[in-house]
Design a protein around this ligand. Structure first.
Ligand code: SF4
Length: 406
């Protein structure tokens, strides 16, 4: 349901005038449910400044369409999912992959691993009537184990790997005179935006995969070897606040071959909440349980990946120590906290002024990238996340427009 209560309802005799667009791996668009409120259009313009949707026609004949009525996968849509977070009727929804997860869990041949992103544990509780921001890590792990996952691991383990990789890449560019600024690359919507809109700058983002994709490789190689499991038997399910990660996991270069992707299925926070309800689990009554080991370990730096500024702050903590040879006196970079669209800071790195920018929302990213294109940027490192506030405000988080029902 939604704030209008019609997300999942169909009416007898309902007329379907338009084909449902399931062309993308992330978003399903059903124009028959569209009430022309144009919230998607407003949000899309707000987030990425070149909107994917526009309203065409007059009065009752108005239809909200993609440009040239193209199927979603052929547009410049970044799949950030902010449009479906505001759609009140379910005309826009994420590609539902819950059935695929149930099928894997019910197949005795499959070894099914769940990995959960940092932003999920602070939002999942909302789906069960808890306060926004309630931390439900232990109950989330307990629920996943009761759903039948063979192992429940933490994407934060791989966020720590991302920190080390990005810091190493930054050090390398600084030593060898490589191109700066380095841009973070852990947000797939941001990466897709960049590929469409700034192809001439493709050499500046970090080459790191996003943490959940790194995790997929570790699970199917390191962990499979450690446990003596055939990687072909492993199904990796990422639980994410993100809609774009569904699209990302299906990118052909992110896997051994098209039949063996690094991550097999991505479900959103909303989809996990639905599975817990479908299984009849009383979420509030669950005991707190721990992640499985060894891929359940992580540092405090990995935790802050879920919010704007967190990725660069985490990478700088490591890079600072490597560059200056001494630990940081103060590990928090407060300059990167808060909801301002573009945040900037200058950090003294062994006598060198190191200029950093943090931005969220692709419209803000565009402003910074245009500066780089024009040769007017003095930044050394930039973090960019597509969603307002970072992943915590991801398109796959519980709906927050009035009705909390998943
Ligand atoms: Fe996904 Fe986070 Fe990027 Fe939003 S900011 S698209 S949730 S990775």
């Amino acid at each position: 349901a939604s704030d209008l209560g019609v997300r999942n309802i169909t009416y007898e005799g309902e007329e379907s005038r338009f084909a449902i667009d399931k062309s993308s791996k992330a978003i399903v668009r059903d124009p028959n449910k569209c009430i022309r409120c144009r919230r998607c259009e407003t949000m899309c313009n707000e987030v990425q400044t070149v909107g994917v949707y526009s309203a065409v026609g007059r009065g009752f004949e108005t239809v909200v369409k993609t440009a040239f009525d193209l199927p979603q996968h052929k547009t410049s849509c970044t799949f950030c999912g902010q449009c479906l977070a505001v759609c009140p009727t379910g005309a826009l929804t994420e590609l539902d992959q819950v059935d695929k997860v149930w099928k894997a869990l019910n197949d005795p041949e499959r070894f099914v691993i769940a990995e959960t992103a940092p932003a999920v544990r602070v939002a999942l509780g909302e789906g069960f009537g808890l306060e926004p921001g309630a931390i439900v890590t232990g109950k989330m792990v307990a629920a996943l184990k009761r759903l039948g996952f063979d192992r429940v691991f933490d994407t934060e383990f791989a966020a720590d790997l991302t920190i080390v990789e990005e810091a190493t890449e930054l050090m390398d560019r600084l030593k060898k005179g490589g191109r700066l600024p380095i841009l973070t690359s852990c947000c797939p919507a941001w990466v897709k935006f960049f590929e469409h809109q700034f192809p001439d700058l493709l050499d500046i983002p970090s080459t790191c995969k996003s943490p959940h994709e790194m995790f997929g490789v570790i699970a199917k190689k390191y962990y499979a070897d450690l446990m003596g499991i055939d990687p072909q038997r492993i199904t990796v399910v990422s639980v994410m606040p993100c809609v774009a990660k569904k699209y990302e996991a299906a990118r052909p270069e992110l896997g051994r071959d098209p039949k063996t992707p690094d991550v097999d299925i991505v479900i959103t926070t909303r989809e996990l909440a639905r599975m817990i309800r479908e299984a009849g689990i009383h979420f509030g009554a669950l005991p707190d349980e721990d992640f499985d080991q060894p891929l359940g370990e992580s540092t405090g730096a990995a935790v802050i990946f879920g919010t704007t500024g967190g990725v660069i702050e985490a990478a700088l903590r490591t890079a600072y120590e490597w560059i200056t040879g001494r630990p940081l006196a103060r590990i928090e970079f407060e300059e990167f906290r808060g909801m301002e669209g573009i945040k900037e800071a200058v950090i003294d790195m062994a006598g060198r002024d190191f200029r950093v920018a943090v931005t969220h929302g692709l419209g803000n990213a565009r402003k910074i990238l245009e500066k780089i294109q024009a040769g007017d940027s003095e930044y050394d490192a930039i973090e960019i996340m597509a969603c307002p506030g970072g992943c915590i405000g991801g398109g796959g988080q519980p709906y927050h427009h009035g009705n909390m029902e998943i």
